[in-house]
Design a protein around this ligand. Structure first.
Ligand SMILES: Cc1cc2nc3c(=O)[nH]c(=O)nc-3n(C[C@H](O)[C@H](O)[C@H](O)COP(=O)(O)OP(=O)(O)OC[C@H]3O[C@@H](n4cnc5c(N)ncnc54)[C@H](O)[C@@H]3O)c2cc1C
Ligand SMILES: *[C@@H]1O[C@H](CO)[C@@H](O)[C@H](O)[C@H]1NC(C)=O
Ligand SMILES: *[C@@H]1O[C@H](CO)[C@@H](O)[C@H](O)[C@H]1NC(C)=O
Length: 523
C-alpha cells in the first residue's frame, strides 16, 4: 500500500516536472515487491557519487525486491507516452555522474535487503549473485566453500553490475582477463523491460553488449561468476626501478608468463609511479613501513621519478615450504634496484581487501569524501615510453595528489565481442591517476589544477598521436563517444537500437539522448 502511494507520488512529481497534468491512477497498476521512494535522503544519496563533482537528483529511487521489479519499472518507462529514464546504481563509485539521472528513476541495486543471497555451485565452480551484490560480499559467500572469483578489482566495495558494465581490472587481468572475461551467464532486463538470460551462446548479442556496456543495454540482475580454489596466503612484493624501460620490460616479461604453470609465474602484476616522496607514505603505500625507510634521493631516480613493481604469489599453507624458492627464482630474472625489495606475507582475504584498510584511515581523517578528479587510460605498449617522458617526467611536476598505477595487460584475454574499448595492440597499459582534490591552501591539489592537468594529459596524447583509450570513460558529446568507440561505434549503436530503442537507460553516461515527448500522455 505504502509502495503504491509512493509510486503515485513519484509519478505526480514527474508530471509536475514536465508541466503536464495527467491522471496517475493508470500507473497504480504497477506494484513492486521492493520500495519506491521519494524520501529526500534516498534522492540525495542517488544524486551523488564518489567523484563528488556532479549532482543530479532523480524523481524517485526504486529499491528493488526482485528482478521482476526492475522489469516492471523499465516496462512502464518503455510504454510511457512521455517517457522517463531509468538508471541502475550500484555502489555509486563512478566519478562523473554515470549512475545518476535527472528525469527519471534510479534503481538502487546495491544494499537491497530483499534480493536472493549468493548461491555457490561447488560442483561447477561458480557463484550466482544479484547484480547489486558488492564484490566483498561475493568473496565472503564463496570462501565458505574454500572458493573465490579469479579476477578482481583493487577495491571490493564495488558492485558486480557496476564493474561488469566497465570491465573490472586488477593485477590478475594479465592472466585471467578482466572480470568480464570470467562470467558464464547473466540475467538482464533490457530497455524494453524484458528479463532475459544470456550466455556466450544464448542471447549472445545481449551478453556481449552488456559486458563493458556502460549500462546502455540493460540492467544486470544476476551474474554467474567463475570460481577457483581460494589460496590461503599471499606473498606480496614491491621492488623499485629508476629506469622506466627496465621497469616496463620486466612488467611485460612477467605478463608474458600467463601460459606457464602456476608455480612459474606471479598471480598479480601491477605497479605504480612515484614522483613525490610524500607519496611513499600514501594510502596505497603503507607498505614502506618505518622499518623500511625509502629515500628517493638516495636511489638516483631518473628525472626524479621512481617506478615500483608490485607482484604477488598466492599459496596454500601446505605448500609454504616451496614458496620462497618459487618467488626467488622469479625475482632473479628481474632488473630492479638491488636491495630495493620489500616483502610482506598475509592472508588472501587481507590482500584482496587492502584498499578498504586505507579507506578507513582516510575516512578517519575526513580525506575520503572529497572530490576525485580521476583519469584512467589504456595506453598502447608501443607508446608507453613517450607517455613516461611527456607525462610522468613532464606534465605531472612533482605532486600527484594520489597514487598513479601502471601495469600492462594481454589483449587476447579480453572478450573481443564485448562493448569495452581497448587499444589496438596485443599489450596495453592501464595508467590510473587516482587523485583527491584537497582545498588545503596548496594550489597544486585543487580541483581546478588537477582537472586542468587531466586535460593537458589528454591533449598531450592526442597531439603526440598516442592512441590511448579512456577506461571508465567520460565524454560530453556524441562525437567524442564515436571517436572513443572507433570501429565499435556501429555495433554499439546498433545494439542500442535493439535493446534500448527509446534511450531510457543509464543516461548519466551521456551517450544517447532519451526521447521525451512532453505533449504525449505519460502512459
Ligand atoms: C576506490 C575505487 C577503487 C576502484 N578500483 C577499481 C579497480 O581496481 N579496477 C576497476 O576496474 N575499477 C575500479 N574502480 C572503478 C569502478 O569499477 C567503477 O567506478 C564502477 O562503475 C563502480 O561500481 P559501482 O557499483 O559503484 O557502479 P556505479 O557507479 O553505481 O555505476 C556505474 C555505471 O554502471 C551502471 N550500472 C550499475 N549497476 C548496474 C547493473 N546492475 N546493470 C547494468 N548497469 C549497471 C550505472 O548505471 C553506471 O552507468 C574503482 C573505483 C573506486 C571509487
Ligand atoms: C635502462 O634499461 C634499458 C633496458 O633494460 C637499458 O637498455 C638502458 O641502458 C638502461 N638505461 C640506463 C641509463 O641505465
Ligand atoms: C617541486 O616542483 C616545484 C616547482 O616545479 C619546485 O619549486 C620544488 O623545488 C620541487 N620540489 C621538490 C621536492 O623537488
Amino acid at each position: 500500500m505504502a509502495t503504491r502511494f509512493l509510486l503515485a507520488f513519484a509519478i505526480c512529481r514527474l508530471i509536475v516536472t514536465v508541466g503536464l497534468t495527467l491522471d496517475p491512477t493508470e500507473l497504480l497498476r504497477l506494484e513492486v515487491e521492493g520500495v519506491l521512494s521519494v524520501e529526500p535522503a534516498d534522492l540525495g544519496a542517488a544524486s551523488r557519487d564518489f567523484g563528488g563533482m556532479q549532482n543530479a537528483e532523480p524523481l524517485a529511487v526504486l529499491h528493488p525486491g526482485s528482478a521482476e521489479d526492475v522489469a516492471r519499472l523499465i516496462k512502464a518507462a518503455y510504454e510511457s507516452g512521455q517517457g522517463f529514464t531509468v538508471s541502475a546504481r550500484g555502489h555509486g563509485h563512478s566519478i562523473k555522474g554515470q549512475a545518476t539521472t535527472a528525469n527519471g528513476v534510479v534503481v538502487q541495486m546495491s544494499g537491497s535487503t530483499k534480493v536472493a543471497p549468493p548461491r555457490v555451485s561447488e560442483k561447477f565452480m561458480y557463484v550466482d549473485v544479484w547484480g547489486g551484490e558488492l564484490w566483498v560480499d561475493v568473496l565472503s559467500s564463496t570462501l565458505k566453500y574454500g572458493l573465490a572469483p579469479k579476477s578482481w578489482t583493487d577495491y571490493l566495495y564495488l558492485s558486480v553490475g557496476g564493474t561488469l558494465s566497465n570491465a573490472g581490472i586488477s593485477g590478475q587481468a594479465f592472466n585471467h582477463g578482466p572480470q568480464i572475461s570470467n562470467i558464464y551467464e547473466l540475467d538482464v532486463v533490457t530497455g524494453k523491460g524484458e528479463l532475459l538470460t544470456c550466455t556466450p551462446k544464448q542471447n549472445s548479442e545481449l551478453y556481449h553488449a552488456v559486458l563493458g556496456g556502460l549500462g546502455q543495454f540493460g540492467i544486470i540482475t544476476r551474474a554467474r561468476i567463475a570460481l577457483e580454489k581460494a589460496p590461503h596466503r599471499v606473498r606480496w612484493i614491491r621492488v623499485l626501478y629508476s629506469n622506466f624501460s627496465a621497469f616496463t620490460q620486466d612488467q611485460e616479461y612477467l605478463i608474458s608468463l600467463h601460459g606457464q604453470p602456476a608455480t612459474k609465474k606471479f598471480d598479480y602484476v601491477e605497479g605504480f609511479v612515484i614522483v613525490d616522496e610524500g607519496l611513499i607514505n600514501n594510502w596505497r603505500s603503507s607498505f614502506f613501513s618505518p622499518g623500511n625507510p625509502v629515500k628517493i634521493s638516495s636511489l638516483n631516480a631518473d628525472g626524479g621519478v621512481l617506478y615500483c613493481l608490485e607482484i604477488t604469489k598466492n599459496y596454500q599453507e601446505s605448500n609454504s615450504n616451496a614458496i620462497d624458492e618459487e618467488v626467488g627464482a622469479l625475482l632473479k630474472k628481474l632488473n630492479f634496484i638491488p636491495s630495493s625489495e620489500f616483502t610482506t606475507d598475509l592472508p588472501y582475504v587481507d590482500f584482496l581487501d587492502r584498499v578498504h584498510k586505507a579507506e578507513l584511515k582516510l575516512q578517519s581523517k575526513n580525506l575520503w569524501d572529497v572530490p576525485h578528479p580521476w583519469l584512467n587510460l589504456f595506453v598502447p605498449k608501443s607508446r608507453i615510453g613517450d607517455f613516461d617522458k611527456g607525462v610522468f617526467k613532464g606534465i605531472l611536476g612533482n605532486k600527484t595528489s594520489g597514487p598513479i598505477l601502471i601495469y600492462p595487460m594481454n589483449k587476447k584475454k579480453w572478450v573481443a565481442k564485448s562493448s569495452t574499448v581497448t587499444p589496438d595492440e596485443d599489450i596495453f597499459y592501464l595508467v590510473a591517476f587516482l587523485r583527491s582534490a584537497l582545498d588545503n591552501g596548496d594550489e597544486t591539489r585543487t580541483l581546478n589544477h588537477l582537472t586542468n592537468q587531466n586535460n593537458r594529459i589528454l591533449r598531450f596524447c592526442s597531439d603526440a598521436g598516442i592512441k590511448a583509450k579512456q577506461y571508465l570513460p567520460h565524454y560530453t558529446t556524441q562525437q567524442q563517444w564515436m571517436d572513443h568507440f572507433g570501429d565499435k561505434w556501429t555495433l554499439f549503436s546498433k545494439r542500442k537500437l535493439e535493446f534500448d530503442p527509446k534511450n531510457i537507460l543509464a543516461t548519466g553516461q551521456r551517450i544517447f539522448t532519451p526521447f521525451f515527448n512532453p505533449s504525449a500522455p505519460l502512459l
